[in-house]
Structures are given as C-alpha cells and as structure tokens.
Design a protein around this ligand. Structure first.
Ligand code: THU
Length: 156
C-alpha cells in the first residue's frame, strides 16, 4: 500500500506544470472548459490527463479520470497525489478546479483517503493542497465489499 508521500514545493510545482501542459491537450469543444491533471505515483512517476468531451455528452471523460485510467491500464496501482488545473478556454487559470464527485469516487478506489493529496492550482505558485479524506469524507470503498483491502483493485 502507498504510504504518505512528503511533497516538496518543487515536486508540487512540477506536478502543476505537468497539469498545465496536459490541459493544452483538452478536447472540450462543447463546454469550452479545459482541464489538465497530473497524477503522481507512489514511486515518483507522473501520468497526465485532460478532459475529453463527446458530441453525445455522456461519454465525456474528466481529466482526473483520464490520468487514473491511463495509469491503472499501465499497471500502476499506488498513488501519492494529483494536481488539477481547470478554467474556461484560454491560457489564464481563473479558478481552482476541484474534482467532481465521480472523480473523487474513482480516486477512492485506488487511494488511501487520509494520504492521497489533491492539489488544485491557478499557477505553480498559487495552489491549495488537501487530502481525499477531506474532499470525500465517509466514502464507500473497496473494503466495504471485501474483508481485506489487499484483495481489492488488483493489490498484491
Ligand atoms: N471536468 C473535468 O475534467 N474534471 C472535473 O473534475 C470537473 C469537470 C470537465 C468535464 C467537462 O469536459 C468540462 O470539465 C465541463 O464540465
């Protein structure tokens, strides 16, 4: 299981910069709201994602879930933190973009709520850090279905 990863200011800035770069790839012709995310694995890799919309609306995917699904599909299972940047189309980040409820639940599947850190940012110098436990208190997770969390989500 992933423990708590101490995030240095430099690591946080790297993650935010990666999220800003990922946001440039956002495919959001319907909402014109662009989101980028950078997911830090427990062993220090950074996996990015952007939001990807669809003409049928429903199949659209958030940036955070794109990053998680990319990482999980490559065999990664332990995560330390995610940086998220989102704002209406354009270079300027005008707001802190907190993850939607569905993305919080996806994080809950693979992360330990007190340890997983969520960074929302307007720039590499202007950010807020909180834990998944703060953003999804008393959540429903794999351990509700199984005796041991080790048996869930492909954990060894
Ligand atoms: N979006 C994200 O990518 N992450 C969130 O947590 C909230 C919303 C995307 C979905 C959609 O493409 C656009 O932002 C507007 O909702």
């Amino acid at each position: 299981m992933a423990g708590y990863t101490e995030l240095t200011g430099e690591k946080i800035r790297d993650l935010i910069a990666a999220a800003i770069e990922a946001r440039r790839k956002s495919y959001s012709p319907y909402s014109h709201y662009q989101v980028g995310a950078a997911l830090l694995t427990a062993d220090g890799q950074i996996i990015t994602g952007c939001n990807i919309e669809n003409a049928a609306y429903g199949p659209s995917n958030c940036a955070e879930r794109t990053a998680f699904f990319k990482a999980v599909s490559e065999g990664m299972r332990e995560f330390a933190a995610i940086a998220i940047v989102g704002s209406p189309e354009g270079e300027e980040l005008t707001q802190y973009a907190y993850p939607c409820g569905v993305c919080r639940q996806v994080m809950r599947e693979f992360c330990e709520p007190p340890q997983f850190q969520i960074i929302v940012a307007k720039s590499p110098e202007d950010y807020r850090v909180m834990t998944l436990a703060e953003l999804l208190p008393e959540g429903f997770g794999p351990e509700n279905l199984y005796d041991g969390i080790e048996q869930c989500a492909g954990r060894e």
